[in-house]
Design a protein around this ligand. Structure first.
Ligand SMILES: N[C@@H](CCC(=O)N[C@@H](CS)C(=O)NCC(=O)O)C(=O)O
Length: 111
Protein backbone atom coordinates (compact mmCIF):
# COMPACT_ATOMS: atom_id res chain seq x y z
CA UNK A 1 0.00 0.00 0.00
CA UNK A 2 1.20 3.48 -0.84
CA UNK A 3 1.75 5.55 2.26
CA UNK A 4 0.50 8.88 3.50
CA UNK A 5 2.02 12.27 2.75
CA UNK A 6 2.06 14.85 5.53
CA UNK A 7 2.56 18.52 4.69
CA UNK A 8 4.03 20.10 7.76
CA UNK A 9 6.77 21.77 9.68
CA UNK A 10 8.55 21.03 12.97
CA UNK A 11 6.64 22.46 15.91
CA UNK A 12 3.46 22.94 13.87
CA UNK A 13 0.12 21.16 13.91
CA UNK A 14 1.66 18.47 11.73
CA UNK A 15 3.47 17.05 14.78
CA UNK A 16 0.41 15.28 16.27
CA UNK A 17 -0.47 13.94 12.82
CA UNK A 18 3.03 12.49 12.45
CA UNK A 19 2.81 11.11 16.00
CA UNK A 20 -0.52 9.43 15.25
CA UNK A 21 0.80 7.89 12.02
CA UNK A 22 3.84 6.61 13.91
CA UNK A 23 1.72 5.05 16.66
CA UNK A 24 -0.51 3.49 14.02
CA UNK A 25 2.51 2.04 12.26
CA UNK A 26 1.55 3.62 8.94
CA UNK A 27 3.99 4.47 6.21
CA UNK A 28 4.30 8.20 5.62
CA UNK A 29 6.64 10.85 4.39
CA UNK A 30 6.76 14.51 5.27
CA UNK A 31 6.93 17.39 2.82
CA UNK A 32 7.65 20.63 4.53
CA UNK A 33 9.76 23.44 5.70
CA UNK A 34 12.18 23.45 8.59
CA UNK A 35 10.92 26.90 9.58
CA UNK A 36 7.19 27.32 10.16
CA UNK A 37 6.95 30.82 8.68
CA UNK A 38 8.16 29.45 5.34
CA UNK A 39 5.09 27.21 5.09
CA UNK A 40 3.07 30.16 3.86
CA UNK A 41 5.52 30.61 0.96
CA UNK A 42 5.64 26.98 -0.12
CA UNK A 43 3.75 26.50 -3.41
CA UNK A 44 3.52 22.75 -2.71
CA UNK A 45 1.33 23.46 0.31
CA UNK A 46 -1.02 25.69 -1.73
CA UNK A 47 -1.46 22.91 -4.28
CA UNK A 48 -3.00 20.61 -1.69
CA UNK A 49 -4.50 23.23 0.67
CA UNK A 50 -5.40 26.58 -0.94
CA UNK A 51 -5.37 28.50 2.40
CA UNK A 52 -1.67 27.58 2.56
CA UNK A 53 -1.80 25.96 5.97
CA UNK A 54 -0.41 22.79 7.48
CA UNK A 55 -1.12 20.14 8.46
CA UNK A 56 -2.49 18.66 5.28
CA UNK A 57 -2.62 14.91 4.84
CA UNK A 58 -2.73 13.18 1.47
CA UNK A 59 -4.38 9.81 1.90
CA UNK A 60 -3.09 6.73 0.07
CA UNK A 61 -5.98 7.08 -2.38
CA UNK A 62 -5.04 10.67 -3.20
CA UNK A 63 -7.75 12.48 -1.23
CA UNK A 64 -6.56 15.46 0.78
CA UNK A 65 -7.58 16.08 4.38
CA UNK A 66 -6.94 19.28 6.31
CA UNK A 67 -7.92 20.48 9.80
CA UNK A 68 -5.98 18.85 12.61
CA UNK A 69 -8.97 17.60 14.56
CA UNK A 70 -10.62 16.06 11.52
CA UNK A 71 -7.38 14.32 10.51
CA UNK A 72 -6.72 12.95 13.99
CA UNK A 73 -10.29 11.73 14.50
CA UNK A 74 -10.29 10.12 11.07
CA UNK A 75 -6.99 8.34 11.71
CA UNK A 76 -8.16 7.12 15.12
CA UNK A 77 -11.32 5.67 13.57
CA UNK A 78 -9.48 4.07 10.64
CA UNK A 79 -6.95 2.32 12.87
CA UNK A 80 -8.71 1.27 16.10
CA UNK A 81 -5.83 -1.10 16.97
CA UNK A 82 -3.73 1.95 17.86
CA UNK A 83 -6.18 2.94 20.63
CA UNK A 84 -5.87 6.63 19.81
CA UNK A 85 -9.48 7.44 20.71
CA UNK A 86 -12.53 5.91 22.38
CA UNK A 87 -14.57 4.00 19.78
CA UNK A 88 -17.82 5.59 18.53
CA UNK A 89 -20.08 3.71 20.98
CA UNK A 90 -17.83 4.32 23.98
CA UNK A 91 -19.27 6.54 26.72
CA UNK A 92 -16.04 8.59 26.67
CA UNK A 93 -16.53 9.45 22.99
CA UNK A 94 -18.55 12.67 23.53
CA UNK A 95 -15.83 14.12 25.79
CA UNK A 96 -13.15 13.10 23.29
CA UNK A 97 -14.95 14.86 20.42
CA UNK A 98 -15.69 17.89 22.58
CA UNK A 99 -12.02 18.35 23.50
CA UNK A 100 -10.76 17.72 19.99
CA UNK A 101 -13.08 20.43 18.66
CA UNK A 102 -12.32 22.82 21.51
CA UNK A 103 -8.54 22.50 21.28
CA UNK A 104 -8.44 23.05 17.53
CA UNK A 105 -10.94 25.92 17.50
CA UNK A 106 -10.20 27.79 20.74
CA UNK A 107 -6.61 26.96 21.69
CA UNK A 108 -4.70 26.16 18.47
CA UNK A 109 -4.98 29.72 17.18
CA UNK A 110 -3.46 31.15 20.37
CA UNK A 111 -0.12 29.57 19.55
N1 LIG B 1 -7.55 25.13 11.58
C1 LIG B 1 -6.28 24.60 11.14
C2 LIG B 1 -5.20 25.58 11.50
C3 LIG B 1 -3.88 25.22 10.85
C4 LIG B 1 -2.80 26.27 11.11
O1 LIG B 1 -3.05 27.34 11.66
N2 LIG B 1 -1.57 25.92 10.71
C5 LIG B 1 -0.45 26.82 10.84
C6 LIG B 1 0.75 26.06 11.39
S1 LIG B 1 0.51 25.37 12.99
C7 LIG B 1 -0.03 27.35 9.49
O2 LIG B 1 -0.07 26.63 8.52
N3 LIG B 1 0.36 28.61 9.43
C8 LIG B 1 0.84 29.22 8.22
C9 LIG B 1 -0.16 30.22 7.68
O3 LIG B 1 -1.30 30.29 8.19
O4 LIG B 1 0.22 30.94 6.75
C10 LIG B 1 -6.05 23.22 11.78
O5 LIG B 1 -6.59 22.96 12.87
O6 LIG B 1 -5.36 22.39 11.20
Amino acid sequence: MEGYVVYGSPGSGSVPVEAALTLIGARYRVIGETVLRDVACNPDVFKVNPPGQVPALVLPGGEVMTESAAILIWLADQYPHALLAPPPADKRRPAFLRWMAYISSAIYGLA
